[in-house]
Each structure stands twice: as C-alpha cells, then as structure tokens.
Design a protein around this ligand. Sequence first.
Ligand code: HEC
Ligand code: HEC
Length: 138
Amino acid sequence: MYLPRKIIAITTLSVTVVAGIAAVKPANPPDTNFKNLKVLPKNIPSKDLSRIMVDEFQDDLGVSCNFCHAENKDTHKPDYASDEKPEKQIARVMMRMTMSLNKKYFKLKHPVIGDQALEVTCATCHHGKPHPDNTDVQ
Ligand code: HEC
Ligand code: HEC
C-alpha cells in the first residue's frame, strides 16, 4: 500500500509544477521578429506595431505602407526592415520630434509613439496629409 500512494503523490506534484509554469508564462510574449527598430521598443508586440503603422502612420498621413517602405527587388514584396526610402528616415526624425514635444512642452514623463496619453501625435500636424504646409488653411 505504501508504493502506490507515493506514486500518486509524485504525480500530483508534477501536475502542480506544470500548472505553475503555465501560470507565469506571459499571455502576450514579446515579438522578436522585427529586425530594424531604432525608435520603437525592440520587443514591441506585433499587434502594437501594426496598430501604430496602420492607425497612426498610414491613416494620419493619408498614405500607404509603400510611402515609407521599400520593395524587395527580387520578390517584389515589401521589405519592412529596409531603410532605403528617405520617407522612412524622415518618419524616424518625426517620431523623435513628436516624443520630445510631448516631453518638453506637455511634461509627459515617458512619451512613446502609439501611447493614447500623448498630447501631440502625427495627426496633430498631418491631418491625413503626407506633407503639411501652411498655405492651404481652409
Ligand atoms: C510614415 C512612414 C511609415 C508608414 C506609412 C508605414 N511605416 Fe512601417 N515603419 C516606419 C518606420 C519609421 C519604422 C521603423 C521604426 C523604428 O525604427 O523604431 C517602421 C517599421 C515597420 C516594421 C518593422 C520592420 C522591422 O523588421 O524592423 C513593419 C513590419 C512595418 N513598419 C510595417 C508597416 C505596414 C504594414 C505599414 C502599412 C499599414 C507601414 N509599416 C506603414 C514608417 C512607416
Ligand atoms: C509639429 C508638427 C508635426 C508633427 C507632430 C509630425 N509631423 Fe511629419 N511633417 C511636418 C511638416 C511641417 C512636414 C513637411 C516638412 C517640409 O515641408 O519639408 C512633415 C513631413 C513629414 C514626412 C515627409 C513627407 C514627404 O512628403 O516627404 C513624413 C514621412 C512625416 N512627416 C511623418 C510623420 C510621422 C510618422 C509623425 C508622427 C510620429 C509626424 N510626421 C509628426 C510636421 C509634423
């Protein structure tokens, strides 16, 4: 009678340990697929990155992905990690400027692009246009 009870105890213990590991595993593991992030956090979850690219960059500037992203010459598919297009480099400068405006003039402690708490966003100036200027105020 001693041996079976010991086996039951061991089985129960291992089930508890497995359940414990499952509980500490993050629900949304960080995405490490991105190769060339210089302003956004390198471990940004892919759904957060997509939301920034679609809802902020694409919609706020009124452009498509290929306004900033170059195409791979062989596959003719977008090469999102490439820095070939100057618009992508300008966008990084704009991201840094936007964060510093929020920090310096609106006193946000840790402004990050995509944060709903930002006072100034791409849309503040761009209003759905890639190239805002002061000649077409309606
Ligand atoms: C206004 C310019 C702009 C537009 C429009 C834009 N992006 Fe981006 N995208 C960037 C910049 C800048 C980065 C790099 C950010 C950094 O360095 O932190 C980037 C990074 C990315 C990355 C990560 C690439 C890597 O591996 O490093 C992906 C994926 C991506 N964009 C997808 C998209 C998609 C999909 C769209 C269209 C829905 C889009 N982007 C529209 C500027 C843009
Ligand atoms: C304070 C106002 C302001 C904010 C905020 C701002 N921009 Fe701009 N952006 C401008 C102006 C003005 C221009 C045009 C500069 C010029 O005339 O050359 C511009 C130009 C650009 C261009 C170049 C367009 C082209 O035709 O070559 C890109 C790309 C761009 N912005 C992306 C962004 C992104 C992405 C954000 C948000 C992270 C952003 N901007 C936030 C004012 C702003």
